[in-house]
Design a protein around this ligand. Structure first.
Ligand code: GLN
Length: 477
């Protein structure tokens, strides 16, 4: 019920149902599925009051474009007057003093933000097990992880606790949990959506994106939240994406895929089989699909983790017990304030990354690690962008496997980092990528198929995604 904005708007505009009752419906579902641990806070009364106001606007014909949209936000996106913690004890009880640009734009179009969603601490993780609020459970099986770092966002949309959600994606944190929970997850082009009000993890990688049940919803939300912003100079002034989507199914696409990804021994056998099947279907539909070499696969994860930890060590230096959040009760002077507050406030994975990042930036190792990784990043980006001179899209799996048991990988950071093998490329290059719930494993779990597009080509990416999902629907009908 209330699966998409369009379907919901129809019943609202016909007067059959009020937005207030829709908010209550979602709040009840959140309550019923509390065991998922997807929400860390629900804006109970406030959402109802807002709904009542928007119901009046609907009657007067003055409601915004997104009236009827009930959306959750990842707990690293600021909403003025509301708590935000990035699932970290270091920001325990911290309240946002301004709203993120994306939040302001949603609210201006009468979307209702129903609460904040669990995630890995500062977005660092691939399973949502690194959260001060505990792990998010997978709605398909509560013994399994929901994926991370935006696990709460993915689980909430999959379980029907809200219609859509915002997340952030630094190396796959939208697409990987979307794959594990069977929903759509879009990471836009770097610079498409303002990062103002997003608690920074790795600023040259971070991008806010969308979880939804339909591509149309994803497009509608993207067209509202994207675009120039005086608070973030990295946002592009290119025209915003189209909405509604203009589908051009007559045009046949040129699609590339990487042999090295499909031959990768870490890739689940059934995912590989279904991926190859997809390729056959696309060819049968008249698209051209070609295997190409991607010589950089073994550099992806090291390059990504070197650079993101470096940026994280710098970004997270602001949490010092003086400016924000937690301050140790045992501190006696400035130095012990820094040391004790950070030691008590940050979790183990965040500490590991701050240490790694500080190391690769340190004077003696900067050239050997950080600047080398920057050069590798440039090579990966140049190579990837050159592919788009000949191809429209790159097709790849989203994740090497399906959702895994809670606890299975949490003791081995390297194994966990390999979860991101297929997702970090898009962030290293700044290109848009989407995970589509096209796979169904014999173990009963969903998995995503990922499409990457050229810079700023969200329109093309979304319309082709819609075509792929429609095709699947017709097959299953
Ligand atoms: N799993 C990756 C990491 O831990 C990606 C995180 C993200 O995209 N925020 O860095």
């Amino acid at each position: 019920m209330f699966h998409s904005i369009e379907e919901t708007r129809k019943v609202i505009l016909s007067g059959e149902i009020t937005i207030e009752s829709i908010v209550k419906h979602f709040q009840q579902s959140i309550h019923d599925k509390k065991s998922l641990n997807a929400f860390v806070e629900v804006f109970e009364q406030e959402a109802i009051t807002l709904a009542q106001e928007i119901d009046v606007k609907i009657k007067n014909g003055t409601a915004g474009k997104l009236a009827g949209l009930i959306i959750g936000i990842k707990d690293n996106i600021c909403y003025k007057g509301h708590k935000v913690s990035a699932a970290s004890n270091i920001l325990n009880n911290y309240t946002s003093i301004y709203s993120a640009t994306c939040v302001e734009r949603l609210v201006a179009e009468d979307a209702i933000i129903i609460g904040r969603l669990n995630c890995d601490e500062f977005g660092m993780g691939s399973s949502n097990e690194n959260s001060a609020f505990g792990p998010v459970k997978n709605p398909f099986n509560e013994k399994l992880v929901a994926g991370g770092s935006s696990g709460g966002s993915a689980a909430a949309v999959a379980a029907g606790l809200c219609m859509a959600a915002l997340g952030s994606d630094t190396g796959g944190s939208i697409r990987q949990p979307a794959s594990f929970c069977g929903v759509i997850g879009l990471k836009p082009t770097y610079g498409r959506v303002s990062r103002h009000g997003l608690l920074a993890y790795a600023s040259s990688f971070d991008q806010i994106g969308i979880f939804s049940n339909t591509v149309e919803d994803c497009a509608a939300i993207l067209s509202v939240i994207s675009g120039k912003d005086a608070f973030d100079s990295t946002v592009s002034s290119e025209p915003q994406p189209n909405f509604p989507l203009k589908l051009d199914v007559s045009e046949k696409k040129k699609i590339a895929y990487f042999k090295e990804y499909i031959e990768n021994e870490g890739l689940d056998y059934e995912i590989k089989e279904q991926f190859n099947q997809k390729i056959k279907e696309l060819k049968a539909d008249g698209h051209s699909v070609e295997a190409i070499d991607f010589p950089f696969i073994k550099y992806l994860i090291p390059c990504y983790y070197l650079l993101t930890t470096a940026e994280a060590s710098s970004n997270l230096s602001r949490y010092d017990g003086v400016h924000y959040g937690h301050r140790s009760a045992n501190a006696t002077d400035l130095e012990s304030t820094y040391i004790l507050s950070r030691n008590e406030g940050f979790g183990a994975e965040v500490k590991r990354r701050i240490l790694l990042g500080t190391f690769v930036l340190s004077a003696g190792y900067y050239d050997a690690y950080y600047s080398k990784a920057q050069k590798v990043r440039r090579m990966i980006r140049d190579f990837t962008l050159s592919i788009f001179e000949k191809f429209d899209f790159i097709l790849l799996p989203t994740t090497p496997g399906t959702a895994f048991p809670i606890g299975e990988k949490s003791n081995d950071p390297l194994v966990m980092y390999l979860e991101d093998i297929f997702t970090v490329q898009a962030n290293l290059c700044g290109i848009p990528a989407i995970s589509l719930p096209l796979g169904k494993h014999s173990n009963g779990l969903p998995f995503g198929i990922q499409l990457m597009g050229n810079l700023m080509k969200e329109n093309e990416l979304l319309s082709f995604s819609e075509e792929l999902l429609k095709r699947e629907e017709n097959l299953n009908a």
